[in-house]
Design a protein. Structure first.
Length: 599
């Protein structure tokens, strides 16, 4: 179907380079002459790295001997090669890359238990503080330290339950903050974030495994056993089930019960692994839990998605849901990050012979289709915000047609559009931009496809990136393009001239909006076009203001029903699981066509 682009709302969250970080996996990745990780990171434009990775941190990373190139599995005693911290931080320093360091937590619990059988913290404080001092002193290299992350997936590789992690994390956070505050470079290190994990209800340590009976019975027993005061109104879904993920976050929050502990943390961590287009709520569930708990109690916290991607178990067939399909889904997840207010993110993994790797494994370094998509996103999206299009559904910002989706991203000096085929057949797509633009500016068009004979949804499909001639595809503000199955077209417009509706929406959304190009001519101008600078300076009466035809739609409420969550082996030997589909209340969208008719 033809797409006619009209603005519905503008996201509050602006993308930055911090949204395009990556994991460095110390068991696999190597830099310099010994490896290809540095080459892949450069090719993808990575400026933020998480080291030493995820689950391997808990089993292999020894903060007492972090610069060894041999690591020992703390459970099995098996030895394996390891990327020393000086190699990782030295590479990061040379490349100007900021680093998030994950601290192991698995072995910081004692055999001593409380009255409910939960193990008590037994932190090797001397080892922890010594490691932090060496890092902050630049002993292993002196890149910017973006963040210190307390553990990885406590419920999985961390080997502990929610109560145990909450106590441990609150104590460790205070120690990390103390080392930062008393370091000679404390002012510089004050920019380093201390991160705590969000609560989850996954794996053998799921809270739901501990209680039985009705939802009311379970919540009552939980409150009585642990001295909590969680209300049925907030923590039981309309189905009668306990909102266990929300409870888990409340439990961890409850352990940060002193001013010192609360002031010690700067952000909360989610791992977001989407289940694909058929389960869009999986992009949002973790972020909604953070919003409903952490941000209500500590609204100044940042949100980090230190692992994210399409969930590799979305299909066991490596030719079904990956390749260009994964590339499109990565765009959808980034839009969810904007909805959820994510401040920084690290994709997982960038090079690995797995179904979702952005490049082939260490030593090969060939960029796959999702990697090329990541590079394109990284090059164009920082500085932009998703533009929710009139007619988009639920929390999604894009327009969905029978054979393609259209995603638009706004910045004062440019507009970036992705037209992504969702069809297994070739299609012709028509996109009319004149509902938001009066002049397209300087246009570049990039096509992401796969080589002839390749299956577009295969994880190892060879990508082909081509630059198209805009004059061949766009005339009078209308794009007409043929797309092969699941191909993606990126249209970047520099210094376009926007319509008055878009100018009004930006002014209504931003406290201090930047000036944007709006048509200004001696010729007669259409009624919905104006000079933006004059618009901002004018004293707009209530009547005039009410004539703005583009409503600013707030972020929709989260569903009050339990998701189809299931613990399971995830992408980093852990996993994350969202829930069923959800569309937000249609009231605002119901009025939108009526409002647009008033233009």
């Amino acid at each position: 179907m033809p797409f006619s682009i009209s603005a519905g709302y503008l996201s509050d969250t602006t993308f930055s380079q911090a949204h395009f970080g990556a994991n460095a996996l110390a068991l696999r990745d190597r830099v310099g002459e010994e490896g290809t990780y540095d080459n892949v990171a450069r090719a993808l434009g990575v400026e933020h790295v998480r080291y030493p990775g995820g689950s391997l941190t808990e089993y292999y990373f020894d903060i007492r001997n972090p610069d060894s190139d041999i690591a020992v599995n703390s459970e099995t005693g098996e030895e394996t090669s390891f990327l020393p911290i000086s190699d990782a931080l030295g590479f990061a320093e040379e490349e100007g890359i900021a680093v998030t360091i994950v601290l192991p937590t698995r072995h910081f619990l004692s055999d001593e238990v409380d009255e409910n059988g939960n193990r008590l913290p037994d932190i090797d404080e001397a080892a922890l503080r010594g490691f932090l001092r060496d890092v902050f002193d630049g002993h292993y290299g002196a890149p910017d330290i973006q963040a210190i992350e307390i553990g990885n997936e406590y419920w999985g590789s961390g080997g502990m339950n929610t109560f145990e992690y909450g106590r441990l994390a609150s104590e460790m956070a205070v120690m990390v903050k103390d080392e930062i505050r008393h370091h000679p470079e404390a002012e510089h290190l004050s920019e380093t974030d201390i991160l705590v994990q969000m609560g989850t209800n996954y794996g053998q340590f799921a809270l739901s495994n501990l209680f039985s009976g009705t939802g009311e019975d379970q919540l009552t027993e939980l409150n009585e056993t642990y001295g909590l005061n969680l209300s049925e109104e907030e923590y039981i879904y309309s189905s009668g089930d306990v909102a266990w993920a929300k409870v888990a976050n409340a439990v961890i929050l409850n352990e940060f019960d002193t001013g010192a502990e609360q002031s010690a943390i700067d952000g909360v961590v989610a791992h977001v692994y989407s289940k694909g287009a058929d389960t869009p709520n999986s992009r949002y569930f973790e972020l909604s839990q953070i919003a409903d708990t952490w941000l209500k109690e500590m609204p100044g916290l940042d949100i980090y998605a230190t692992e994210w991607n399409l969930k590799r178990s979305v299909s066991e067939d490596p030719q079904e849901e990956f390749g260009l399909k994964q590339a499109h889904e990565m765009l959808n997840v980034l839009e969810a990050f904007s909805w959820g207010g994510v401040d920084a993110a690290h994709v997982w993994p960038i090079q690995m012979n797995s179904r979702t790797g952005l490049a082939d494994g260490e030593g090969d370094a060939d960029i796959r289709a999702p990697g090329e998509m990541f590079r394109m996103l990284n090059e164009t999206l920082p500085g932009t915000r998703p533009l929710g299009l009139a007619g988009s559904e639920g929390r999604e910002t894009e327009l969905s047609g029978e054979t393609a989706d259209v995603h638009v991203f706004y910045a004062p000096d440019r507009l970036v559009t992705f037209v992504a085929s969702t069809s297994d057949e070739a299609s012709e797509e028509v996109v009319d931009f004149m509902g938001i633009l009066r002049d397209l500016g300087d246009v570049t068009i990039t096509r992401l496809g796969v080589a002839e004979g390749e299956i577009p949804s295969a994880s190892t499909a060879v990508p082909v990136v081509t630059n198209e001639n805009p004059q061949d595809l766009i005339e009078d503000g209308i794009l007409i393009a043929d797309l092969a199955p699941h191909e993606i077209l990126m249209i970047e417009m520099l210094n376009p001239i926007f319509t008055a509706e878009l100018a009004r929406m930006v002014a209504d959304t931003d406290d201090n909006p930047e000036e944007i190009e709006v048509e200004d001519s001696d010729n007669e101008v259409a009624s919905n076009v104006l000079n933006f600078a004059d618009y901002l300076q004018a004293n707009i009466s209530e009547t005039d203001s009410a004539e703005s035809v583009i409503p600013v739609i707030p972020s929709p409420e989260e569903p009050q029903e339990a998701p189809d969550s299931a613990a399971g082996i995830g992408d980093d030997e852990g996993g994350s699981s969202g829930g069923g589909d959800f569309g937000f209340g249609a009231l605002a969208l119901a009025f939108l066509p009526i409002l647009l008719l008033a233009a």
